[in-house]
Design a protein around this ligand. Structure first.
Ligand code: MRU
Length: 353
């Protein structure tokens, strides 16, 4: 059990890293504005639930676990607003927050964790919500470190790996899921080479993953997504390592668009495919990937300004895709590793103490 002192200690330690995607300080929520990286390190301050929800939908903060952590703090902010203004509709605000991004299940998970506290309202509710948000934050980092070690055990010395999007410290409380495995494997001197795909259209791979790895002194080569087949055929890659926005009951994986392309190509070239995700990303209520709402974002993200004014060219912009469970070699959670995951293996894994 966490005593408040242990929690505060760990929380303090956690804030000593070179950058924190999410910080709670002086009663405000500080989010590192990931739209500006790597050029600028600037924080956005949120004082209300609505500011935090908008920061999530605008990609100030992104990545499934980081969205969940932000949402947990946002529920506290909303509760504080409801205490200051009796007309404030907390239920409607929680609904607004939950819809900020539809695909990452961690958002709904974190809101439902906080709702458990709201349901038994007492004079300590505000304090309990804040402590719980900090606990979700700290636990996420601990889970990432565990997953990092479990995942690294699967990697043989001298391996060459590819990651996609950003499943690093920036996408989580810290350390990262897929990048957590890469960090642990690098520390164990098992990696010869890390490739990161640039990840159109927001360039999370180029702007965020490459930046994070470079700060840790981990050598990284960025590739365009169109170069993946060439990479697999010419560069002797052993593992693709990615995070997830949702893992369904049958093991289907929903992650950044382009992940399924990697999995299909990896199978063709005999490259192993690892998905690293905490239990808060596993959605046993959703049987399979086709049932997951895939976020569609503005076509302007792809087209830029020229074609918008032309008005003759449009774009289709789904930002996640479905990788069938059959293409996944290993699912890594904070409880350990599930090889070739399927419904039965995931059910058994979740039952593990
Ligand atoms: O649109 P984003 O940047 O939120 O997408 C992020 C991803 O797809 C990540 O791979 C996923 O959330 C896992 S993060 C540990």
């Amino acid at each position: 059990m966490y005593t408040l002192r242990v929690l505060l200690n760990r929380y303090w330690l956690m804030q000593q890293t070179p950058f924190s995607p999410i910080r709670w300080h002086d009663n405000h929520l500080y989010l590192l504005d990931q739209r500006l990286l790597p050029e600028k390190q600037q924080e956005l301050v949120c004082q209300t639930l609505e500011q935090a929800a908008t920061a999530i939908s605008d990609l100030v903060v992104r990545g499934a676990p980081a969205i969940g952590i932000t949402a947990a703090y946002a529920v506290y902010l909303g509760f504080r607003q409801s205490r200051q203004d009796p007309a404030y509709d907390l239920d409607a605000a929680l609904e607004f927050l939950t819809k900020a991004r539809p695909t990452a299940v961690n958002l709904a998970w974190a809101v439902s964790e906080q709702k458990k506290i709201l349901q038994v309202e007492s004079e300590n509710t505000a304090e309990m919500l804040l402590v719980n948000a900090k606990k979700i934050h700290v636990k996420d980092i601990e889970h990432n470190q565990l997953m990092g070690d479990f995942g690294a055990e699967l990697i043989k010395p001298g391996s060459r790996v590819l990651t996609h999007c950003n499943a690093g410290a920036l996408a989580t409380g810290g350390y990262g899921t897929a990048l957590g495995v890469i960090r642990s494997a690098w520390a164990a001197q098992k990696l010869e080479c890390v490739f990161a795909s640039e990840t159109r259209p927001w360039l999370q791979g180029l702007r965020l993953t490459a930046w994070e790895l470079a700060q840790d002194g981990i050598e990284v080569d960025v590739i365009t997504e169109g170069a993946v087949s060439s990479l697999f055929s010419q560069q002797n890659i052993q593992w693709v390592i990615v995070g997830a926005d949702r893992v369904c009951a049958n093991g289907d994986v929903i992650n950044k668009v382009g992940t399924a392309n990697l999995a299909i190509l990896a199978r063709h070239y005999g490259v192993s495919f690892m998905v690293v995700a905490p239990l808060s990303t596993i959605d046993t209520a959703t049987e399979s990937g086709e049932l997951v709402p895939i976020e569609q974002r503005e076509q302007s993200e792809i087209l830029g300004t020229y074609y918008q004014s032309e008005n003759r060219v449009s774009a289709w912009n789904p930002v996640f895709d479905l990788t069938p469970a059959g293409l996944v070699s290993a699912l890594v959670t904070e409880k350990g590793v599930v090889l070739s995951p399927d419904k039965q293996k995931i059910t058994d894994h979740l039952r593990l103490k």
